[in-house]
Design a binder for this molecule. Structure first.
Ligand code: SF4
Ligand code: SF4
Length: 495
């Protein structure tokens, strides 16, 4: 009897599919010194100083106005940024700023690769800070690895508690600073500490404290690898002329510790891997996990210096230079390829190319639009709401009346006084609540919206039309129309 053999690769029925989940391999980045690390420290200090100190900057806007330089005043619907005050109707300025930020990021990425991720992204900055604290308390890579492996002792408990305590303090300071951007900083600090702050304040303080602690203390590189969308689409902005962190394999390979002819400069010491905050090996080529922090450059340069070899085995380099150097080195006999820095192609990165011109053009366009919108921004605006129920009223003498609500927004800090003028081809009588005369005067309160009730009446005996266009104008003391708004006057069908 013949039996049918199942192909070897077919799994027996009922075998569960392979798991898509893999446990996180904890990364223990080693401390490193060097120019890139120094730049990273400088950026870190600058970013943290800006974040924590900006809410404490004061800016005098006159009596009755908040004196915090940067404040999102949700209660009164205002955003203050030094001399700039943005109203809710002007939220497009914020949208413009976000678009500007996004395009700026496109430009930076196309020129310098993941410079944002590696140096200035809040996740990178706070993770770096948390790692610094961890290193200070628990020691460098090897000591931390040993500590994690050893059973729980009083010493381990002390070190871990100290680390997490410090992390929580930093996280609380971060959550607290966030709240200050939405409230007066000195007031909300006192309220937070004395238990008198609102529930909303405590909620957001808790939320931002918790997210900082979890993201920078626990999740770390997983945020960049799994949660952040940026690495996914930043590849579309990079090309062979973008500066990225690269391992010059034409010079390093074949790697090996032996001092033999034909062996490359990489001595396979793993220093670049050990300092990497995402735990990857840059020698495997460009990877999504690489945030472009450049710490592996410092680590490798240090090794090369100790071995008395040229630095730059790992470097900020364009892929086109890398390919050209590889091609030039391949042409050499193996003995020279070992340290063929002489064959290195050092072309200046092409900063001006279609991609960067396009991004720069977009950037300039958005800046111009925003600047134009800001310069043409009206400090007084008028909106006219016509009564809808009833659409018109027929008076006992046969006249027809329409009612309107005029809302005048005054973005200045001074009271405004204007004459209200009506333009209409058909004669209409205008009555303004609490104001009299042909050109009734209306006043507007500073930094606020003033509402005026206006009645327009068509006298009896005047030929009527279903709809008459009208325009309301605010005229200042010098006779200039400050703002105008059109509406219609409705009446019964023509009679
Ligand atoms: S490979 Fe180098 S540049 Fe990339 S994340 Fe690791 S240390 Fe930073
Ligand atoms: S640090 Fe430099 S020499 Fe050491 S493994 Fe990395 S690339 Fe090779």
């Amino acid at each position: 009897m013949s039996t049918i053999q199942a192909p070897e690769r077919l799994k027996p029925v009922g075998t569960p599919p392979p798991s898509l989940y893999a446990d996180r391999q904890k990364v223990y980045p080693k401390a490193v010194k060097g120019p890139v690390r120094r730049v990273k420290w400088a950026v870190l200090i600058l970013c943290l100083a800006l974040y924590y100190l900006v809410p404490w900057l004061r800016w005098d806007r006159g009596p009755g106005a908040p004196d915090q330089a940067v404040l999102v005043d949700i209660t009164n619907g205002r955003l203050f940024f030094f001399f700039i005050e943005i109203w809710p109707q002007e939220v497009y300025f914020l949208t413009g700023l976000l678009v500007l930020g996004a395009i700026g990021l496109f430009v930076a990425t196309s020129l310098f690769g993941r410079v944002w991720c590696g140096f200035a992204c809040p996740q990178t900055v706070w993770t770096d800070l948390f790692m610094g604290v961890e290193r200070l308390v628990q020691g460098d890579r090897n000591e931390r690895m040993r500590l994690d492996k050893q059973p729980w002792t009083l010493e381990k408990l002390r070190k871990k508690s100290l680390t997490h305590g410090a992390w929580l303090l930093i996280a609380a300071a971060t959550g607290g600073a966030w709240i200050m951007y939405f409230n007066d900083a000195p007031t909300v600090t006192v309220e937070l500490l004395t238990g008198e702050a609102s529930r909303d304040v405590y909620f957001f303080f808790g939320l931002f404290t918790a997210t900082t602690y979890v993201l920078a203390g626990w999740a770390r590189e997983q945020v960049c690898t799994y949660m952040c969308p940026w690495p996914r689409f930043q590849a579309a902005m990079l090309d062979e002329n973008s500066l990225v962190v690269t391992y010059r394999d034409w010079r390093g390979e074949p790697r090996g510790k032996a001092k033999a002819d034909g062996i490359g400069d990489c001595v396979d010491c793993q220093a670049c891997v050990n300092v990497c905050p995402t735990g990857i090996d840059i020698r495997d080529g460009q990877q999504l996990e690489c945030i472009g922090c450049g710490l592996c450059i410092d680590a490798c340069d240090d090794i090369m210096t100790r071995l008395d070899r040229p630095t730059g085995l790992i470097a900020f380099e364009t892929l086109s230079n890398l390919a050209a150097s590889t091609a030039a080195t391949k042409a050499l006999p193996p003995s020279r390829a070992r340290c063929a820095t002489g064959m290195e192609v050092r072309r200046m990165p092409r900063f001006i190319r279609p991609r960067t011109i396009l991004y720069a053009g977009m950037l300039a366009g958005v800046v111009a639009i925003m600047l134009g919108a800001w310069l043409l921004r009206q400090t007084v605006t008028l909106s006219v709401l016509r009564d809808r129920a009833p659409l018109f009223v027929t008076l006992s003498d046969g006249g027809v009346r329409n009612g309107y609500t005029l809302k005048i927004a005054n973005k200045d800090r001074d009271v405004g006084t204007y004459a209200l003028v009506l333009d209409s081809r058909t004669p209409l009588l205008m009555q303004v609540q609490e104001a009299h005369g042909d050109r009734p005067m209306v006043t507007t309160r500073p930094d606020g919206i003033t509402q005026w009730r206006v009645l327009l009446t068509q006298p009896p005996g005047t030929p009527t039309r279903a709809s008459i266009p009208v325009t309301f104008r605010l005229v200042d003391g010098r006779g200039r129309t400050v703002v105008s708004e059109s509406s219609i006057f409705l009446g019964p069908e023509a009679r």
